[in-house]
Design a protein around this ligand. Structure first.
Ligand code: SF4
Length: 97
């Protein structure tokens, strides 16, 4: 029997996300120059939630966040990210199997 391999992107696309409109669970503290750690989140976030703006700052759009905590841990020392769990019923809904 042939083994079916799925790309990680295809498997992650099966997850669902319930947006809590107007209540993002992650916020980047206003800044003018991001630390190297904050800038690294543009590439480190597995959900691609972080992006660099035209002004050179870093912003987050937490829709699609997988709640892995990477950004929370990496910015613990700099305090550039405020992170809390989404409210019950919101956030990522993982599809297993
Ligand atoms: S918790 Fe993980 S998936 Fe969510 S924004 Fe942070 S790094 Fe990205």
């Amino acid at each position: 029997m042939a083994r079916i391999e799925a790309r990680i992107e295809d498997r992650l696309a099966q997850n669902r996300y319930v947006v809590d409109a107007g209540r993002p669970h992650i916020r980047v503290v206003p800044h003018t120059i991001p630390s190297p750690v904050l800038r690294a989140l543009v590439h480190a976030c597995p959900a691609g939630c972080y992006a660099e703006t035209d002004r050179g700052t870093v912003e987050v759009a937490p829709d699609g966040c997988m709640e892995c905590g990477t950004c929370r841990v990496l910015t613990q020392a700099t305090g550039e990210v405020e992170w809390k769990w989404p409210r019950g019923g919101y956030g990522v809904l993982f599809k297993f199997g």
